[in-house]
Design a protein around this ligand. Structure first.
Ligand code: MG
Length: 343
């Protein structure tokens, strides 16, 4: 059986504006509506930037928060990926929304030239963003705009800075970065399979080459990205009517290559993400861990007095429950009059 195809919809980006295509969603309400239609057309992963209402770029965590809330409500189970790209913020500001705990966030693992500027991703920023993602249980999508970025991602994952298995996106057709080259894609895919076994990948093409990369990715066993962020046109003469229309075109294309769009459950399994909803053990574990870290920070001086250094958690199953118990005992130790409840 062939691998189902995860269709990513990149709904807005940082560059296209209403003047380029009125269907580009700008406000959070428009973004949720556009993503819901794309979800119903077969997309299972939403790559998201946010904008100010005048269309200018921003990394405002409050907007990301409202978008996440809307997507969780209207696109149940869809994988939400926030952009940490450099057009909408500087330095640490680019990771300000990671604490909201989307399932994924983009992570470029090197610098390159863009059409009119340098896309700056210095080593310390890459590590800072990767550390934040690990801390908040957010899976990175490695954005590869140049070959060195692939090798850097593999080195970081071997070092444990980025978790395994890797998910990589190969981006072709950005002016001054990688040209659209089938040979290059095949080489990248070969290197990924050899050096990062178990990794998954998506091909992305910019502008008229969006569909080219969709076809090559389907043929070579990868996953597809489409959406108005990368391409506002349907063909040479007409604008794309919507994100949903672009997704439907890729969903249709899957059949030509003996593939089909992945379901939400399949997409999550392919990317080694937990199942949707509270049932995901990893998310339960992470939430409990964050709760205990907060309590420990808040009550550390009292903990010193009580002399209760945190023991190691049990290795796998039951870790979240163990942490809940630990949080309760911390609470009881530091607020004996309030018992061990969470209030
Ligand atoms: Mg982007």
């Amino acid at each position: 059986m062939t691998t189902p195809c995860i269709i990513t919809v990149a709904i807005t980006g940082s560059v296209p504006r209403k003047e380029n295509n009125p269907a580009v969603p700008i406000t959070v309400v428009e973004q949720v509506e556009s993503t819901q239609a794309a979800f119903e057309a077969g997309a299972t992963l939403a790559h998201c930037h946010v904008r100010n209402d005048d269309g200018s770029t921003t990394s405002d965590p409050e907007k990301f928060g409202r978008l996440l809330e809307g997507l969780r409500k209207h696109c149940p189970g869809m994988i939400v990926q926030f952009s940490t790209g450099g057009r909408s913020g500087q330095g640490a500001e680019r990771g300000g929304m990671i604490a909201l705990r989307p399932e994924m966030a983009s992570l470029a693992t090197g610098s390159c030239n863009f059409p009119l500027r340098i896309y700056e991703n210095p080593p310390e920023l890459i590590r800072m963003l990767a550390d934040l993602m690990r801390e908040h249980d957010v899976k990175p999508e490695i954005e590869v705009f140049d070959l060195s970025m692939l090798y850097q991602a593999i080195a970081l994952s071997d070092e444990g800075v980025i978790g395994k298995p890797l998910h990589v996106q190969f981006v072709f057709g950005v002016k001054n970065a990688l040209p659209v080259s089938r040979d290059a894609l095949e080489f990248f895919v070969g290197q990924l399979a050899k050096l990062a076994p178990g990794a998954t990948w998506t091909g992305a093409g910019i502008g008229r080459d969006q569909i080219t990369l969709n076809r090559w990715s389907l043929e070579l066993g990868g996953h597809c990205r489409t959406g108005l962020e990368d391409n506002v046109r349907w063909d040479a003469e007409t604008l794309a009517p919507s994100n949903a229309a672009l997704v439907a075109r890729v969903a249709e294309l899957c059949g030509e290559y003996g593939r089909r769009p992945a379901t939400v459950a399949e997409a999550r399994a392919l990317l080694s993400l937990p199942e949707a909803g509270w049932g995901g053990g990893r998310r339960a574990w992470a939430s409990a861990k964050a709760c205990v870290a907060f309590l420990e920070r808040r009550f550390c001086s009292r903990l010193d007095r009580h002399g209760s250094p945190p023991p190691n958690p049990p290795p796998s199953r039951g870790r979240a429950f163990w942490l809940c118990d630990r949080a309760r005992s911390l609470r009881a130790a530091t607020h004996p009059s309030k018992g061990n409840g969470f209030r």
